[in-house]
Design a protein around this ligand. Sequence first.
Ligand SMILES: [Zn+2]
Ligand SMILES: [Zn+2]
Ligand SMILES: [Zn+2]
Length: 269
Amino acid sequence: MVYFVIGKRSMLLYAKTRWIGGRRMVLQTKGLCKYCGKEYTKGGMLRHLQTCKKRSAKLAEEKGKRRCRYFQVVITGKYQKDYWLIVEASENTTLKELDVFIRDIWVECCGHLSAFTIHEEQYESNPDTDAFWGIPSRNMNYRLKDVVDVGDNFLYEYDFGSTTELVLSIHSCRDGEKKNNEIVILSRNNPPKILCSNCEQNEAKWVNPEGYYEGEPFWCDECLEAENDEEGEDYELEFLLPVCNSPRMGVCGYEGSDSYPDQFEPDEQ
Ligand SMILES: [Zn+2]
Ligand SMILES: [Zn+2]
Ligand SMILES: [Zn+2]
């Protein structure tokens, strides 16, 4: 069963729930470990990654003399906590590279502006260089090691109209062989199964952003087809966006990622 709760902005918070002893329990989304393929919730995964034998074996192969620190970063939807990413990024990774990664996997729709807010300082994708109105804002050409450290939490915003807000936290760090600044996904929530709000049976494939207000945002292909036959035209279609594994689902023109599949594939299954 799926319950719907209207969230803060136009986005919807939903959770697979069950009743236990009269209380609604939220079933947290789970994800797979990159190294061994085991499945855990976000919290479980953070604990597991520190003891995963396959991972330790893999990291032990990093014997190169040029070393650097790698931050383990947890990225979560601020209002959609079911969506999470656990990634590893070199301390030399820039905010710009992190921004590109977040756009590619979760948020990019029409090239909106974005910003990180770290220790009350804003780092923008397109900073205002005109100092006339005060101190010009910072750009994103800062390396992680110069702006964050373990234990820091900071905000990321994409699109200052229909904003998607993410919380990033630097969970831990490790010492490793210095490589390129590629951001590596260690785990990611599996796509939540969302039921069609019409038949409440089939998995939804489409989301109607307007429908959030009417409580009927999700559609399966069958119901959509039936509806279209009745209407005699594809009127409804143009207002629908695909269901996808992102906290930006159903917002602006977001249609999912071109570069990452919704289901994260571990190295070993
Ligand atoms: Zn593992
Ligand atoms: Zn957009
Ligand atoms: Zn349906």
